[in-house]
Design a protein around this ligand. Structure first.
Ligand code: FAD
Length: 490
């Protein structure tokens, strides 16, 4: 059979390996780390377990699809449940709000807590659904660089002109048009961070994001987020895919404009008919491709935000918190200006806390909780991170101690951390960005790197830095689009 090599075992690399194996390729995956999953892995600290990166699981159908494609029952590998509460929100003035997963209940509760009606919330979720139905397939499920994929160019242009898509407004502006209550505007503005962007810059079309959380659902895998990686890895291995760890690919080899294989550390050259790079496109060009023109414009686009995360083992339980918790900044615009314009951390940051032990009890000792405490940050840049981390930790602890009426510092029994420099060094994501390039422009979708190389036959790109972008569902879709382009195995 034809040979395929996948560079990297991030979620998109594993998904690509499964799809290629199903197509009949003989597939090898080379991973530089000693473990699979890239950002979607886990860490341990004392008696606590943490999912290292993603914590929100949406659009599980794209995971299930891989099992179906391979003719396997998903339940044999992977189980998950829908969360009953989507998020617990807290503001500095003492207000709090729990968003119910059922759209109707969410609308009812919001009308009670905020200055809005139930109908306004329902209309907002309907609008999100409308955008998904109008553009979802077009932008996310096919290549934007192969016009045969569109119904036709004219249709695409007509869709773009539709005022209801909010392409000429920012997300913040469309949210302000929907609601008078600034807290509700802030709640809906936050969805921009789901792809590492700013609500004050990203286009109004991002109104679509709550559709995935409320109309489709927010889920949690029973064995933690890492079980998405582990179960797909098992499926790939069952299909005969070979994984080699601690083995960085050093060069992609080509014979003229035809891909011939890769060079790896000790073993030299490995031949292949097709190569799928799950390495960030920036580093794929700069580190692995020799004598190939670098697409400067694509690679120099603004990167998505990065993050500072503290993994804290906490020896107390907090009834007022849930699986997902947000402690908002007062000055949201100021926070995003700091991240994207000034490239600084903000003194009163919005804090996200994920507590998987609320549903997966064995992630923390009895009476304890595993806190994944994250703030959004600029990409790596030239910041002195050691100094910033110390300052941020003080600000975070101060803010949480006031909000929860408890000295949080005294409850931390163990600590690990992750920040832009270590995100970059661990997963080779340029600048430590979480989601590849940002979506701060309405053209972002068209400026992302396509899933194939236009000149080098047999080279493909999957993962958060390629089309259609970052986040687990989109990474899985990148693998689907890229492998649809793979030549058939005769
Ligand atoms: P990556 O995870 O970036 O992995 C790439 C892999 O390739 C790595 O294992 C790396 O070691 C390997 N590699 C790179 N170069 C080479 C080489 N030359 N040779 C061999 N191996 C190589 N998404 C969500 O959907 N929901 C969330 O809640 C969410 N939260 C997030 C929170 C954090 C803190 C982070 C970091 C990310 C979050 N994301 C979330 C984004 C999501 O994690 C990513 O979009 C996704 O996991 C990226 O997958 P990927 O396939 O692009 O590869």
């Amino acid at each position: 059979p034809k040979k395929a090599i996948v560079i990297g075992s991030g979620i998109a690399g594993i998904a690509a390996s499964i799809r290629l194996a199903v197509k009949g390729y003989d597939v090898s995956v080379f991973e530089k780390n000693g473990y699979p999953g890239g950002k979607l892995s886990e860490i341990r600290c004392g008696d606590y377990r943490f999912d290292a990166g993603p914590s929100l699981f949406t659009m599980p159908q794209y995971v299930e699809e891989l099992f179906a494609l391979a003719g396997r029952k998903p339940e044999a590998y992977f189980t998950y449940e829908r969360l009953e509460k989507v998020c617990h929100y807290f503001w500095n003035d003492g207000t709090s709000f729990v968003a119910d997963a059922k759209p109707n209940q969410f609308a009812k509760d919001a009308a009670f807590h905020f200055n809005c009606t139930k109908e306004q919330i329902i209309a907002k979720l309907e609008q999100a659904k409308f955008i998904e139905e109008t553009t979802g397939k077009l932008f996310l499920e096919q290549s934007l660089n192969d016009w045969r994929g569109f119904l036709n160019l004219a249709t695409a242009k007509a869709i773009f002109r539709t005022p209801k898509l909010g392409l000429n407004k920012t997300l913040h502006e469309v949210n302000q048009r929907s609601f008078d209550d600034p807290k509700l505007v802030q709640l809906f503005d936050r969805y921009a961070t789901y792809n590492g962007s700013s609500p004050f810059q990203t286009p109004g079309i991002m109104e679509v994001i709550p559709h995935y959380e409320f109309n489709v659902g927010a889920f949690f895998p029973k064995k933690g987020m890492v079980s998405i990686t582990n179960s797909l890895l098992k499926l790939a291995e069952d299909l005969g895919v070979r994984f080699t760890y601690n083995t960085p690919v050093l060069e992609i080899l080509h014979d003229g404009n035809i891909i011939s294989g890769v060079r790896i550390q000790d073993d030299g050259v490995v031949h292949a008919d097709v190569v799928y790079s799950n390495m960030d496109v920036y580093f794929t060009y700069h580190k692995l491709l020799k004598g190939i023109q670098v697409p400067q414009k694509k690679l120099e686009q603004e990167r998505s935000s990065s993050a500072l995360i503290f993994y804290w083992g906490i020896n107390k339980q907090f009834e007022q918190m849930g699986v997902h918790n947000i402690f908002f900044a007062d000055d949201y615009r100021g926070e995003f200006e700091a991240i994207f314009d000034k490239k600084q951390l903000f003194d009163d940051p919005t804090i996200y806390i994920h507590i998987s032990s609320k549903v997966k009890k064995d992630d923390a000792p009895e009476n304890g909780e595993n806190w994944f405490v994250m703030i959004n940050t600029p990409p790596k840049g030239t910041i002195n991170w050691e100094e910033y981390i110390e300052n941020s930790k003080k600000n975070i602890i101060r803010k949480l101690s006031v909000a929860l009426g408890e000295d949080i510092d005294g409850l931390i029994t163990c600590e690990e951390k992750l920040f832009p420099e270590t995100i970059e060094s661990k997963t080779l994501s340029y600048q430590g960005s979480l989601y590849g390039t940002s979506s701060n422009s309405k053209y972002a979708a068209f400026l992302r790197h396509p899933n194939f190389h236009k000149k080098l036959k047999g080279l493909y790109f999957v993962g958060g830095s390629a089309h259609p972008g970052g986040g687990i569902p989109l990474c899985l879709l990148s693998a689907k689009i890229a492998t649809n382009h793979a030549p058939a195995v005769s």
